[in-house]
Design a protein around this ligand. Structure first.
Ligand code: COA
Ligand code: MG
Length: 291
């Protein structure tokens, strides 16, 4: 299996309270149908999470392919998974796969770049905050989630040496791995989650210092899925993430790089467009969630 150059970017939304000029510049870089979609969110937090995800995708594709920042085009497949619509013939460009995830204050993108001769490969990513705010006890929360994991996975999550915090962290590690896998496939919730059985890397506890852990493995319906590789990350003490690699492996295992807003906006147009300013004024009226 060939090795690929992997990009891991994260953005911390708590570092950004958008001003009108910044938001206008950011919004100028996304496609009109995405603007329509974003405006439907009730909370500005969701608007911004999704917007940052689009900017990460654009920066990734433009950087890897050399295509002009504003000319990069994305579309969504029938299940909503975004993909890059290449302008040039496939054989003359770089083969790319990427996936975005957002939760709470974090937005992440994992991307991978190969060559057109590599054959089919892909990547999926998921980020989760290690908390459950269902208003229920952990036992009750786990009971509701029973069907999401296999018996072996539950045995690990609820190990006697795990206190409640450790159980929740173990739960979220499995959740991220499963979501990253499902998101690579792009199949949403249509797979039988209990047939997906992860054995998490237990060489170390998942802490920021040792992140990423790379020895987690997957069996599907009892069969080892050897064409898959996984990275498990702890980005902050309370946010974990996983990346699923299908038919590819990263050249190097590395941590997520936190980007600043300026790095996301460096290629976007700063032109004053009155209709975009009106759109952004309207967006800035949306309420923030109570944290
Ligand atoms: N496949 C992969 N990626 C997709 C996708 C799909 N079908 N549809 C959208 N995406 C991308 C988009 O970039 C999207 O961002 P956007 O909403 O701003 O456009 C991003 O992934 C969303 O990912 P994430 O933030 O991780 O959202 P999610 O975890 O709420 O949802 C889904 C992920 C929608 C793709 C889908 O996997 C889902 O419904 N998951 C929940 C199902 C479940 O029960 N999982 C249990 C796992 S244990
Ligand atoms: Mg998710």
């Amino acid at each position: 299996m060939s090795k690929h150059i992997c990009t891991r970017w994260a953005f911390d939304l708590s570092t950004w309270r958008p001003t009108l000029p910044q938001l206008t510049q950011a919004v100028s870089a996304i496609q009109p149908e995405e603007r329509v979609r974003l405006m439907k969110f009730h909370f500005i937090d969701d608007f911004l999470s999704s917007l940052i995800g689009r900017l990460l995708m654009r920066k990734f594709v433009s950087t890897c392919s050399g295509e002009n920042y504003h000319q990069v085009q994305f579309a969504r497949d029938v299940r909503g998974k975004p993909y890059w619509v290449q302008q040039k013939a496939k054989t003359t460009t770089t083969a790319l796969s990427f996936n975005v995830s957002h939760q709470g204050k974090l937005v992440v993108l994992a991307g991978i770049r190969g060559s057109p001769t590599d054959g089919e490969f892909g990547i999926g990513a998921d980020v989760m905050k290690i908390e459950h705010n269902s208003g229920k006890s952990l036992t009750e929360f786990f009971r509701l989630m029973q069907s999401k994991f296999s018996t072996q996975e539950w045995n690990y999550i609820c190990r006697p040496q795990h206190n409640e915090r450790a159980q929740l962290k173990a739960f979220m590690r499995h959740w991220c791995l499963k979501e990253a896998y499902v998101k690579e496939l792009g199949v949403g919730i249509t797979v039988d989650l209990q047939q997906i059985n992860f054995s998490v890397d237990t060489t170390h506890a998942l802490e920021e210092a040792v992140s990423p852990l790379c020895a987690s493995s997957l069996r599907y319906n009892g069969t080892p899925m050897t064409q898959w590789h996984f990275e498990e990350h702890l980005l902050t003490p309370t946010y974990c993430a996983a990346i699923a690699f299908r038919n590819c492996q990263p050249e190097q295992h590395a941590k997520f790089e936190f980007l600043r807003l300026e790095q996301l906006l460096e290629h976007s147009s700063n032109e004053k467009q009155p209709e975009l300013m009106d759109y952004c004024k309207q967006a800035l009226l949306k309420p923030y969630k109570q944290q």
